[in-house]
Design a protein around this ligand. Structure first.
Ligand code: ADP
Length: 491
């Protein structure tokens, strides 16, 4: 795709970012030249970044391995203060970083600002966790021995992140890894490397020692990461992305029994009972569906609404979605940006067409927006029949399919009728029902009368094919620590 001149402030935001690989504290070229980063709102090339080869990635791991010993011995307070300074620097530069994110990912500036703040909060949270890594001392129940447990950094990590939250998906791994005393190689998504490169630069300015964080951008993710996963010096893999790739990575990790954390796909049900506050449910639906343009693993993928209120809910949601202004995320007052690329837009179209062919009715939207960029209308489909692919596959776009149910048991069964188990949203004003249904939902997270669950202080993660491991909260740092137990003879 061609490059066209960008407004000066946009060009400045792009120019300010290093475009090379970060290995052992040095910015270096990739052996394979460069790869293009596109503006999804226009399809134009924004810039080029280094394209790493497997040999480059190996050098990045060498650097992480070389830095591991000293980093693990660095006082926790120092590690925490580097994170805290980075939090402060990101907060101070939020507008410029938001612009960069919007350019490479497409979401409106207000959403990018939201992610900058959310992403930075992981660094603040883990700066506070760095000094709370503790152990235990106890007396053997039978007397005699003493039992000491200590928690130590797991060692060099490979962190692979997706394009939908270019900063936050990085900071929720990098934050705890730094706090725990681990070194790392980070491989951001090829579509959105700029936010990660900017973060690496800020971490360096905040005092992160050379080699602790190494960045490898590449157009050949599998080729570059497989040898690292097979390398016995690597001790941990944390991945956020599709279930399909996650399974392949777990299988590669089995050979060396590498520790893994997997944040994979979702297919979140959004359940509205007849007794729910419908105003709140529509507002919550808007957030759960439209945050990040629906390109989130936590996005409400399907709405299960009690029959007596299903039509009203669908119409009210459609009315709200109709008001959204679509456009390039850098423009003022835009609510919905483009999808990330044409492949993603093709998937969204296919799922909508399937539901409509089966008899769903389109209340609003339902098609791609003509012209440059990868825009798709905000869409509400009512009376989506059982068997529609939209109800079982992750749509990753601004499409809300609504199906109705008659009983609580049917709602629970529909919600759980999926391979995924990341999050479910539940609207009811009946306390007993709220707890009953929450307990029955097969997910790692539940939004109860709330359309947003993400919070750096809370354990984010799924069950079933949504993966395992938790990011955020006290659980988040545990993923980067291993426990050593010492049996002490005191006799
Ligand atoms: P998405 O569908 O959101 O693009 P992917 O799972 O394809 O999700 O990508 C998430 C991240 O995983 C990206 O950084 C991508 O480059 C990387 N990735 C994709 N395939 C592989 C693979 N086979 N091995 C390692 N990383 C991969």
């Amino acid at each position: 795709m061609s490059s066209t001149a960008l407004p000066q402030h946009e060009q400045q935001a792009i120019d300010s970012v290093p475009k090379r690989l970060l290995i052992g504290g040095r910015w270096v070229d990739g052996e394979r030249g460069t790869l293009a980063v596109e503006d999804p709102a226009t399809g134009n090339t924004l810039t080029e970044v280094a394209d790493a080869s497997p040999a480059d990635a190996r050098k990045a791991l060498d650097a992480a391995v070389a830095a591991q010993g000293d980093w693990a011995r660095t006082p926790p307070r120092e590690r925490g203060e580097i994170l805290r300074r980075t939090f402060d620097a990101i907060s101070a530069r939020a507008d410029e970083l938001a612009l960069l994110m919007t350019l490479e990912m497409g979401k409106p500036l207000a959403e990018s600002r939201g992610e900058i703040s959310y992403g930075a909060e992981f660094l603040r949270w883990f700066s506070e966790e760095a000094v709370r890594i503790d152990g235990r001392y106890s007396v053997n129940p039978a007397g005699g021995n003493r039992l000491l447990t200590m928690r130590q950094p797991v060692g060099p990590c490979l962190l692979i992140t997706p394009w939908n939250f270019p900063l936050a998906m990085g900071t929720r791994k990098i934050g705890p890894a730094i706090a725990a005393g681990c070194t790392m190689v980070v491989k951001p998504a090829e579509q959105t490397p700029l936010s990660m490169l900017a973060l690496a630069q800020i971490l360096g300015e905040a005092g992160l020692p050379d080699g602790v964080l190494n960045i490898v951008t590449t157009s050949t993710a599998r080729e570059v990461s497989a040898p690292l996963i097979a390398d016995s010096r690597l001790r941990k893999l944390s991945f956020t992305g599709s279930t399909e790739v996650g399974k392949a990575l777990v299988s590669q990790s089995a050979e060396g029994l590498l520790r893994t954390s997997m944040e994979l796909g979702g297919n979140a049900p959004f359940i509205v009972f007849e007794d729910a506050d419908l105003d709140a449910a529509v507002e919550g639906a808007l957030v759960a569906k439209m945050r990040n343009g629906g390109e989130a693993c936590t996005a409400a993928n399907r709405f299960h609404v009690a029959k007596p209120v299903a039509a009203e809910f669908s119409e009210r949601l459609a009315a709200r979605l109709k008001e959204l202004r679509i456009g390039r995320g850098t423009e003022p007052d835009v609510d919905l940006g483009p999808l990330i690329d044409n492949i993603q837009r093709g998937k969204v179209s296919e799922l909508v067409e399937d539901a409509v062919a089966r008899g769903a009715s389109t209340l609003t939207g339902g098609s791609s927006v003509p012209g440059p960029g990868y825009f798709y209308d905000a869409t509400v489909l009512a009376d989506v029949p059982t068997g529609s692919r939209l109800l079982s596959e992750e749509v990753f776009g601004p499409v809300a399919p609504v199906a109705s149910f008659e009983t609580e048991a049917e709602a629970i069964a529909s919600a759980n009728d999926t391979q995924y188990g990341l999050v479910a949203y539940l609207y009811t004003s009946d306390l007993k029902r709220a707890l009953r249904v929450t307990e029955a939902l097969e997910t790692g997270m539940v939004g109860l009368n709330q359309g947003l669950v993400s919070n750096p202080a809370a354990p984010f993660g799924g069950v079933k094919q949504s993966g395992f491991g938790r990011e955020g909260g006290p659980e988040g740092i545990a993923e980067y620590l291993s426990t050593k137990y010492v049996a002490i003879n005191v006799d």
